[in-house]
Design a binder for this molecule. Structure first.
Ligand code: ZN
Length: 352
């Protein structure tokens, strides 16, 4: 089944659209939840907190190789969208420089020590087998700040694999922060008229201002009607700023990540519950918040205590709250785009 992407509204540089496949519909901009394998929340909880899409790495399943793995919607009991990831970043991080081959990436698997050659057709075959609603094309990972030669080699290898695309594949655009390399990579991808594009290789350590600069630059190279995906798990500001600058899907595990550090979101502000003064604070975590944690009446004082005790419950309660807040903010951004009020949204959440 071919997925379709239809743009519905624009406001400033942001846009909102509908992504459709079979009987499933997703409104963009949307967050792709990446922490499925490590989160304290069940998939049912993720869904009830507003999560619409999760990410799965083909590399993990390919390495295991078991025939047990079929369509992940059944296995994970997940009715929402599954975004396939070839797992290139992990595979290339395991590889030595000479492992960056013309036909894939060669590395020693850390667990077994076995030599493996992971190819674009393996990544595609497994994303098919796992029933991913959208797939991401294979690309040669390089650190964002790699030397020019390496980034050019990355664009060259990636371009040679873009002919591998299927109907629902987002084609990767690589090139670190270098405009001319990104431009060449984008031109190769655009020639294939894919469903959309993945702005690949923007590592999590790339600072917000640099990410915004790059997103603006790459978005300017892309056709209006293609879906734009940023597969980078940054902070809540990284997520919102990518969307405000015209990206339709953005990876994130920031809700879980903040929860693990005892941090609760209050809009885009942070409450650091480890601070001593919260022991005396009997107020509800965030007044007026409709998440399960706040509606159940958990106080800041109790959450501070759970946090100090390193209780797994603190992580669960905060992850629920944070994910709800993140998804609520994105829903508010969708409304702001529909009502042409994005500039107001930016000011209201101090994102300017
Ligand atoms: Zn809450």
């Amino acid at each position: 089944m071919q997925a379709q992407f239809k743009l519905m509204a624009h406001s400033a540089n942001a846009r909102s659209g509908k992504l459709l496949i079979n009987n499933k519909e997703l409104t963009t901009p949307a967050v792709v939840f990446t922490g499925v394998n490590t989160t304290m929340l069940t998939n049912q909880e993720l869904q009830s907190l507003g999560t619409v899409a999760i990410k799965q790495s083909a590399l993990r399943y390919w390495l295991n190789g078991s025939d047990v793995f079929g369509d992940l919607h059944d296995r994970l009991n997940w009715a929402g969208w599954i975004i396939g990831d070839p797992g290139c970043e992990q595979a290339y991080r395991w590889a030595k420089p000479r492992g960056r081959k013309k036909d894939g990436v060669s590395f020693h698997e850390p667990e077994s020590g076995q030599q493996k050659l992971y190819k674009p057709e393996d990544a595609r075959g497994w994303q098919d087998k796992l029933g991913c609603d959208l797939q991401t094309g294979f690309w040669r990972w390089e650190d964002y700040y790699s030397p020019v030669d390496d980034l050019q080699a990355s664009a060259k290898h990636t371009a040679s694999w873009t002919t591998e695309k299927g109907d629902n594949t987002l084609l990767p655009i690589v090139g670190g922060g270098l405009k001319r390399v990104r431009q060449a990579s984008a031109e190769t991808a655009i020639k294939q008229s894919p469903l959309g594009y993945a702005i690949a290789g923007v590592d999590t350590e790339v600072k917000l201002a640099e990410q915004v600069r790059l997103v603006k630059e790459v978005v300017g190279m892309l056709p209006e009607d293609g879906l734009r995906y940023l597969p980078t798990s940054g902070s809540i500001e990284h997520v919102l700023m990518a969307m405000i600058n015209g990206v339709d899907l953005v990876d994130s595990d920031c809700a879980d990540e903040a929860a693990q550090h005892g941090v609760a979101f209050d809009g885009t502000k942070r409450i650091h519950l480890a601070k001593e003064h919260f022991l005396e604070d009997s107020a509800i975590l965030v007044d007026g918040c409709q998440c399960p944690t706040c509606r159940s009446g958990y106080s800041r004082s109790y959450l501070h205590q759970l946090q100090s005790d390193h209780s797994p419950l603190a992580n669960r309660l905060l992850a629920s709250h944070n994910l709800y807040v993140l998804n609520r903010l994105v829903a508010d951004l969708q409304d702001a785009i529909a009502g042409n009020r994005v500039d107001e949204f930016v000011k209201q959440h101090a994102l300017g």
